[in-house]
Design a protein around this ligand. Structure first.
Ligand SMILES: [Zn+2]
Ligand SMILES: [Zn+2]
Length: 236
C-alpha cells in the first residue's frame, strides 16, 4: 500500500510537470520503452557469488581467487547505454521519480531471489559528501526497493566514517585500500538480521565488500548486495 502511494505520488507529479526520459531525453515519460529495451540485462550464466557474467563455470575468475565478503551480490543490468545516462541523472540531478521507475523491475528481480531479507540499507555517503551533494543517490534507489518488497528500510544502518576518494581511476588493490574500514554499522539495528545493501553501480565490488565487513562485525546473520547496474570488468 505504501509502495502504491509512493508510486502514485510521483505519477501525479508527472501530470503537473511532464517528465523527460532519463535515458534519451524523449518527452512525456521518465523512462521510455526504447531505453527499457536498450538496457542490457546481466544474463545467465553468472557467477553465483558476485553476479558477474561467466561462461559456464559457477564462479568468475576473481571469486575463484578470493570470495566476496557478501553472501551474494547481484546487479540488474550492465552499466552502459541508457542506464548509464539515467543513473547520472539520479546521481547528479536528484531525480527521485526516475529512481523510482528504474527500480520497479528490480523489486521483482530481488523478490524472486528469495534471499530472506530483513532490512534494506543504502551504501552511505560520508557526512561531508552528503552535505555537499545534499542527498545520497543510493538512498533514492534503496527506498523504493524496500517499499516495493514490503521490507524495513533502515537508511542509517551503515555509516561512512571517513571520506574516501573517488574510485574511478583506481585499480582493484587501490580500491580495496581506499574503502577499507571506511564503514561501520550499528549492532542494535543489524544483530541477527539479514541485510540487503543497495548501491547504484558495482565496479570492483570493493565498496560492497567493505560494507559487508562492517555488517558482519555488527552481528548481521546474512549480508547481500544489489546494484542497479554493474560495470563490465577490465583487467584491473
Ligand atoms: Zn528513453
Ligand atoms: Zn564472481
Amino acid at each position: 500500500m505504501r509502495y502504491t502511494l509512493y508510486r502514485w505520488s510521483w505519477a501525479a507529479l508527472d501530470l503537473l510537470f511532464p517528465p523527460i526520459c532519463g535515458g534519451c531525453d524523449a518527452p512525456g515519460t521518465r523512462w521510455c520503452p526504447e531505453c527499457q529495451k536498450n538496457t542490457a540485462r546481466i544474463k545467465t550464466p553468472h557467477c553465483q557469488y558476485c553476479g558477474q557474467p561467466v561462461s559456464g563455470q559457477d564462479r568468475c575468475d576473481r571469486c575463484a581467487e578470493s570470495l566476496p565478503k557478501m553472501t551474494a551480490i547481484r546487479s540488474w543490468s550492465i552499466f552502459d547505454g541508457p542506464i548509464r545516462n539515467a543513473l547520472h541523472r539520479v546521481k547528479y540531478q536528484r531525480d527521485i521519480a526516475l529512481a523510482e521507475v528504474l527500480m520497479r523491475p528490480v523489486v521483482t528481480y530481488v523478490h524472486d531471489l528469495e534471499w530472506g531479507i530483513d532490512i534494506v540499507a543504502p551504501v552511505p555517503l560520508s557526512k561531508n559528501r552528503l552535505r555537499e551533494r545534499g542527498y545520497n543517490q543510493a538512498d533514492l534507489l534503496a527506498k523504493p526497493l524496500a517499499l516495493g518488497m514490503g521490507l524495513r528500510y533502515q537508511p542509517k544502518t551503515l555509516r561512512r566514517g571517513r571520506d574516501t576518494r573517488s574510485q574511478v581511476d583506481l585499480n582493484l588493490a587501490q580500491r580495496r585500500d581506499n574503502v577499507k574500514d571506511a564503514f561501520s554499522a550499528t549492532s542494535k539495528v543489524v544483530d541477527g538480521k539479514a541485510v540487503l545493501v543497495v548501491d547504484d553501480v558495482a565496479t570492483s565490488g570493493s565498496t560492497l565488500d567493505a560494507c559487508a565487513e562492517a555488517l558482519w562485525q555488527a552481528g548481521a546473520s546474512d549480508v547481500y548486495g544489489v546494484t542497479l547496474a554493474r560495470a563490465v570488468l577490465t583487467s584491473n
